[in-house]
Design a protein around this ligand. Structure first.
Ligand SMILES: [Zn+2]
Length: 217
């Protein structure tokens, strides 16, 4: 899964677009506006209202993220996934500027919620390094910064085009499948590591991305 602070909150390798980060950010800005005007008023009653709307927004945003995390885990469950791959938060921080503390909180909250909801389904959540997930082509494996233009991904090498976050989600999934495969003691005897796509599954090979074979079903 690819997590975002704008557009969709989560995009899965199976092609599900979950939540609306722009909407969440908009609600947050509205809340901040109201809070700022109440702070200027400075009366005791405005202080109480200040607290109340703060609590209300906190509950609302938490509930919103709960719904998103639920949809993410159900998507994985529906596809029979044993794992959900997320990008490592520690390394993702650099993508989020300092003044966007709220988005950082939302990222953290969402991932924590995904983790414990996944546990109920016996699904394991693992993180992968976020490097190049948005610039790399999920089809041919080439990594070029120019491949990504906002929400649009177009590989300059193989011409693969996709929603940029969907392309990133497939890279995140592949990274984990690859990591799991590397961790197998006996690759010959163990199960293949596969990841779920919008149509069918992909099996990772330990040589290169391009030798992945799509399997329909
Ligand atoms: Zn490509």
């Amino acid at each position: 899964m690819d997590c975002n602070v704008d557009d969709h909150i989560g995009v899965t390798s199976t092609g599900a677009f979950i939540g609306n980060a722009d909407y969440l950010n908009h609600q947050r800005r509205e809340f901040e506006k109201r809070r700022a005007s109440l702070q200027q008023t400075g009366t005791r009653s405005s202080h109480l209202t200040f607290q109340r709307i703060g609590d209300r927004f906190g509950r609302w945003s938490e509930d919103y993220l709960h719904q998103c995390s639920k949809a993410i885990v159900e998507e994985a469950h529906r596809h029979g996934c044993t794992h959900i791959a997320l990008e490592n938060l520690e390394q993702i921080r650099e993508r989020i500027s300092d003044e966007k503390k709220f988005q950082q909180w939302a990222f953290n909250a969402l991932q924590t919620m995904v983790e414990y909801k996944a546990e109920e389904y016996g699904i394991i959540v693992e993180t992968v390094k976020p490097q190049y997930t948005s610039q790399q082509c999920s089809k041919c494996g080439c990594t070029l910064e120019e491949n990504r233009d906002g929400q649009h991904f177009e590989c300059l090498d193989c011409s693969y085009t996709a929603n940029a976050d969907y392309n990133a989600a497939k890279n995140v999934a592949r990274k984990l499948a690859f990591k799991l495969q590397q961790g197998q003691k006996s690759p010959a005897g163990g199960a293949f590591c596969q990841y779920a796509l919008q149509s069918g599954i992909m099996t990772v090979s330990d040589t290169s991305v391009s030798s992945d074979t799509p399997v329909s079903g």
